[in-house]
Design a protein around this ligand. Sequence first.
Ligand code: T1G
Length: 701
Amino acid sequence: MNEFVHYRVENNLALIALNRPPVNALGQGLREALQQALERAAGDTNVAAIILYGSPFSAGADISEFGTSASHAQPSLPYVLNYLTSLSKPTLAAIEGLALGGGLELALACGYRIAAPGARLGLPEINLGLLPGAGGTQRLPRLVGAEAALEFILHGVPLKAERAVALGIVERVAHRVESLLDEACAYAEELISSGAPAQPKAPFEEPEKGLSTDFFTDYLQRHAQRWKGRQAPQRVVAAVQAACELPLEQGLQREAELFVEAEASAESAALRHVFFAEREAGRVPGVTAETQLRTVNKVAVIGAGTMGGGIAMNFANAGIAVTLLEQKGEALDRGLTQIRKNYEISVQRGKLTADQLEQRMALLSGTLDYADLADADLVIEAVFENLQIKQQVFRTLDEVCKPGAILASNTSTLDVDAIAAVTRRPQDVIGLHFFSPANVMRLLEVVRARETSPEVLATTLKLARKIGKIAVVSGVCFGFIGNRMFEPYGREAYRLLLEGASPTQIDQALTEHGLAMGMLAVQDLAGIDIGYLIRESRRQYIAHDPSYCKLGDALYAEGRFGQKTKAGIYRYEGRERVEDPHVIELAKRLAAELGIERRKISDQEIVERCLFSLINEGIQLLDEGIALRSSDIDLVFLNGYGFPAWRGGPMHEAEQMGLDNLLAVINYYRQALGAYGEMWFKPAPMLQRLVDAGKQRIEKI
Ligand code: T1G
């Protein structure tokens, strides 16, 4: 046995403690130690029952092993759990903190289960493009029924212990976390004295009982659209169906076959990439565990509009007091009213209780007076996207805010260095770019200005986690990471309209690729006017291309601002988006004026030109040091722009297709699109360097 397990016998109980910090991930070493401990307990005649426990119990298989030989290195998890179920002595799982994935499967292989209050139990494998691969799809249906098991596995969200008892996953909840092991021992003694079997009779020996004969076929059909592009959910359905149709032994074999497929899938490789990317994003040069953190108990938000109100909600949701400042009383009232309405919708949807609504509203206050911000620990400015206006706000904040207050701008494109420069405390200034709707979108771009101090950066990164955001650090440039890369993506969508593609074809090609929304629909949502104003701020960089978003400029001139005016690239009849012949004609006219020859364009060209332009810009961003790593860029697009997580993000997708192939396609369009291609399809220099160096990963060289 090794250090990953502590073994002792007390009275007639073998107590086996899992000990592989931080989460008892069931890597090969822990599996080996666990197998040895179980064999030792099985062979000890003084041992009448076996208790497994850990703090936390276990977060499941070791995700870092997947895709490597370690994942199936003996003893495999299925082997250990099958051995566990073969023991003739009662086995009991004492679940503290977490039992996730293989951790819960370990508990399910035990005959009995007791959980500590507040413990979370789940089978989140679906979030990694996998399925439970150590008996979960076969044992859970026999414990709770096939339909309940299917929903639980596909949902992939852990349950609290108390709910798990109601579902039948565990039998008991201990009175206190501290007494869990004692109560588990008492439970084991009860089992021994009552002569309980090592494995009690399954409550659902026929898991399919009560299901229609077409249940699984119907289930797949009902969810086909939602699961488009993915395979993991369908494998879960197949595995649970096997639990209904096969004896346990053969069901386990079927599960193992499906797991091997899943582990080897591009979908799982992408989702495992995202799992580690989310954890890597928090690793920032200059910020260490020793970096001093500032206390943030009181937040102020300037601007109670859509963004300001959404930002404020994030902090109220996390129990932090927020003061909203506006210039006029009616704007302030409107903002606070809208926040209350947002919470009321959550209550109607059952996501919030009425009490929680009032608790959160009680944390929100409003003022028209900057003096009331004097004791704020963090102030976030969310006023009109104009540099001069923002600079004036920061001059005022510099006057009224206490020393050490963090002063943040929610700007989406402007120069945070220029904002910091008007204060006497640039080290306390940072960009916190929330994405609309700010209380919903998980992405937060944390813009590190030239003089932002490590303490301010570390404090905002910690706060981002507290309010449930995925924080990605960006340097200062136009558009930071997301909007800078989204610019060429939108440029190509507009240009393709002139070259002969229709709005619907362009958007459908992108949504077919997995995007939540087509780029032209996004333009209408964000506002044609917003896009125009952004271009106005950068005309010197785009003037050499007379066609640059020409249609967007023309729509702006016609007052067609998108959804907000019921007409933009599309026309809006209620909530329905319809193609507008006027826009097609406008595109044709502009193409003729610009001498652009219209032609039939393939969906593949649409996706390649939009996506590869975005990726090429991302590689350039990395080269400039604006983004720290390519996986950070992936997180930006998965959490802020509706890119499909099952593709891993644009940069991961580029790595999967091969950087040499990416370069070849970009060079193709550079040549095939004539002068336009020469303007906009020059490969980023670092892409050429990566390919010349034979690199498979996108990293700075
Ligand atoms: N494997 C390897 N490392 C893991 C891990 C895991 N399962 N879970 C966490 N870590 C690492 C993580 O990378 C980080 O490392 C540190 O632990 C703290 O994590 C066979 C196939 C458990 C809720 O999907 O959801 O079992 O960055 O920063 O916010 O059927 O981690 O410090 O170096 O996230 O408190 C199923 C995944 C696996 C659970 C803790 N299990 N983990 O959250 O801390 S597949 C999961 C989480 C499986 C079986 C199948 C969370 C957490 P580092 P953290 P946290």
